[in-house]
Design a protein around this ligand. Structure first.
Ligand code: NAD
Ligand code: IPM
Ligand code: MN
Length: 350
């Protein structure tokens, strides 16, 4: 029997994960859903955002779904013990190097986007964000005191050939099953790691994927193009930092940050890590206002990618579409529904 490990985390994390639990029970009753403490909640209980025990349980499960971590309570914790460090350590331990972040506009929500309806109607972008390298993990990093008493804060943006290649491969493979087009976004005009990124993607393309259309784009221009004419994109492959920023921007094209799921994958025989791309939303936490669809759609990705329950995934996607078509809207989408009511709207269509 397959096991899904739920890591609700902090803020709205437990609220949106509760809806995933209900959906999972209705849709795939045979799935064993376990839960573990993680993030700020784990820091409070155990002095660390990710215990070895929870890490090992994650590695031993078939898929892991997390809510969100972080919040003002832990803003002053030491960097390596902050909830966000727990998330980065989990991604690294699971070696989920490719983060698939689909920015898909449900037809019923085209009018909820901050862009004109015709610009986003039919939008379907897949980001492949490199997730376990780059400036998020590069060494050295730190805050040092200089001889004159000033401080210097620094990070290292670092990529190796193989790290770029494996992310690129995921993007080209995905593109073949979609519109066959990849944009590779970097800052090769400014950064050495960006120059290497461009070279490696160019060579990989020529060697293994000449049938796929490839365009290189500078990350700042990519941000601009995403809000100017987003439908020109199919797959966008980019580094850890640019992927974080560009996918948040793309979220608003689909109506709300509360809509965007993600799948972090690596070795196909190992568990994937599924996470909504939004954070713990401290401003609305505990009020039952969070949109659970990003978490529910992350579960849909877990069904598809890790649990091989494609039929159940299709049913869930149809239920979400049905709920949105019928006008179900949480507050972020301009509606009145609570988190649980949005969960109900999906559940009654499963
Ligand atoms: P955030 O994504 O938590 O919130 C940004 C805005 O979007 C807020 O106004 C929030 O209310 C809204 N929002 C987010 N998710 C929503 C949802 N499901 N439904 C309705 N509205 C939603 O970003 P932030 O405020 O910059 O960060 C808060 C904390 O979350 C920080 O500690 C940050 O590090 C953390 N964070 C965690 C993750 C994660 O766990 N994967 C991701 C991003 C940020
Ligand atoms: C995300 C978040 C995380 C990131 C933080 C919380 C570490 O913003 O998943 O998008 O930057 O990767
Ligand atoms: Mn982010």
């Amino acid at each position: 029997m397959a096991t899904l490990l739920l890591l609700p985390g902090d803020g709205i994390g437990p609220e949106v994960c509760a809806e995933v639990r209900r959906v999972a029970a209705a849709l795939v009753p045979s799935l064993v859903v376990e839960e573990a403490i993680y993030g700020g909640a784990s820091y409070d209980a155990h002095g660390t955002p990710l215990t070895d025990e929870v890490r090992d349980r994650a590695l031993a499960s078939d898929a892991v779904l997390m809510g969100a971590v972080g919040g003002p309570n832990w803003a002053d914790a030491p960097r390596h013990l902050r909830p966000e460090a727990g998330l980065l350590n989990l991604r690294k331990a699971m070696n989920v190097y490719a983060n698939l972040r689909p920015a898909y506009c449900f037809e019923a929500l085209a009018g909820a986007s901050s862009l004109k309806t015709e610009l986003v109607s039919g939008l379907d972008i897949m980001f492949v964000r490199e997730l376990v390298g780059g400036v998020y993990f590069g060494e050295p990093r730190g805050i040092d005191v200089l001889p004159d008493g000033q401080k210097k804060g620094y990070d290292t943006a670092l990529y190796t050939t193989s790290e770029i290649e494996r992310a690129g491969r995921v993007a080209f493979e995905l593109a073949r099953g979609r519109k066959n087009k990849v944009h590779s976004a970097e800052k090769s005009n400014v950064m050495e790691s960006g120059l290497l990124w461009k070279q490696v993607i160019t060579e990989l393309h020529a060697r293994e994927y000449p049938d796929v259309e490839l365009e290189h784009i500078l990350a700042d221009n990519c941000a601009m193009q995403l809000v100017r004419a987003p439908k020109q994109f199919d797959v966008i492959v980019t580094d850890n930092l640019f992927g974080d920023i560009l996918s948040d921007a793309a979220a608003m094209l689909t109506g709300s940050l509360g809509m965007l799921p993600s799948a972090a994958i690596g070795d196909p025989n190992k568990p994937g890590l599924y996470e909504p791309i939004h954070g713990s939303a401290p401003d609305i936490a505990g009020k039952g206002l969070a949109n659970p669809l990003a978490a529910i759609l992350s579960f849909e990705m877990a069904l598809r990618w890790s649990l091989k329950e494609v039929e159940a995934a299709d049913r869930l996607l149809a239920a979400v579409k049905g709920a949105l078509d019928a006008g179900a809207r949480t507050r972020d989408l301009g509606g009145e529904l609570s988190t649980v009511q949005m969960g109900d709207a999906v559940l009654c269509r499963i």
